[in-house]
Design a protein around this ligand. Sequence first.
Ligand code: 13P
Ligand code: SF4
Length: 336
Amino acid sequence: MSTISFSTAQLKKEAERLFCHLKSLSWSYDDCLTYAPLTLEINTLKRQRHAVLLAHSYQTPDIVYGVADFTGDSYGLSVEAKKTDASVIVFCGVRFMAETAKILNPKKRVLLPAPDAGCSLADSITAADVRILKKKHPGVPVVCYVNTAAEVKAESDVCVTSANALKIIEALQGKKIIFIPDKLMAANLAMLTHKEIISWNGTCVVHERFDVAQLRAQRHEHPGLKILAHSECNSDIMKEADLMGGTTDILRTVKNSRDRDFMIVTECGLVDRLRSEFPEKRFLGTCNLCPFMKKNTLRNIRQVLLKPRKDQVVEIPETVRKKAERALERMFELNK
Ligand code: 13P
Ligand code: SF4
């Protein structure tokens, strides 16, 4: 039940706005009319609370097109979080992303609608594990993928995202690096750099499930198909794909390409975004769902704006935050 009432004209206008974005995803106008009271209420609450809603591209289309103020990849979201002048950041993504927002802009109230939105990569390594690695390999710089907890970033020398990992590794001094926690991304980077990479044993439960046989079957059926894969996939996929990169690299490639047929080897949210934004192109094959990303819903976004629970407010001890901020700031510096 909405806490605010809207006129029929307002509801129809909102349904039309949603329908423009969602029709190519087979949403009907009536589906959009059903969602309109909730998206209108959330957008009103955001204004009342001076809140900005940041959403990762893997969020569902009702969030991306209904209520998000900015949608992007881990890097883009961290840039937005750092520069926002809103008082509240509602983060529709997973915990490590909301933590990154808090690390970079500590005076803001950062709310995570789904506090149990973890990540198999971030959950694969602890700060104590990093300390052991550093003892074993003294003097070797620790490069942490952004998909890590604040405490792990605090133990690292520099943070990277899928959008800048190779550039930053190449910019570091020395011939060896420790790259945590994604062993598949580490193997993919090793194919592109001369540096020796000491890796950890983490994997993404979404990307490790893709099989190169799926790609070959699609290519066989659709000659001319372009395969764009996320760098968290395994190296066999990378050898078969036309592009390995982050979600923004994939989006940019589709946008700038004259090709029509694509297979997108990543989470389904990005495929929905592409179908909505490039209705003239075809997206073939299957995608995988991230169970953590999908924990955010319009219902828990509304609830967090109305009355956040304690577990939905992101807090990081100041000593950890300051050290983690150094690793993130080094990323911004080296990414220039
Ligand atoms: P991007 O930064 O490429 O959007 O990736 C985030 C992520 O969690 C991929 O699984
Ligand atoms: Fe983590 Fe994989 Fe989900 Fe990304 S898709 S949030 S890496 S589990």
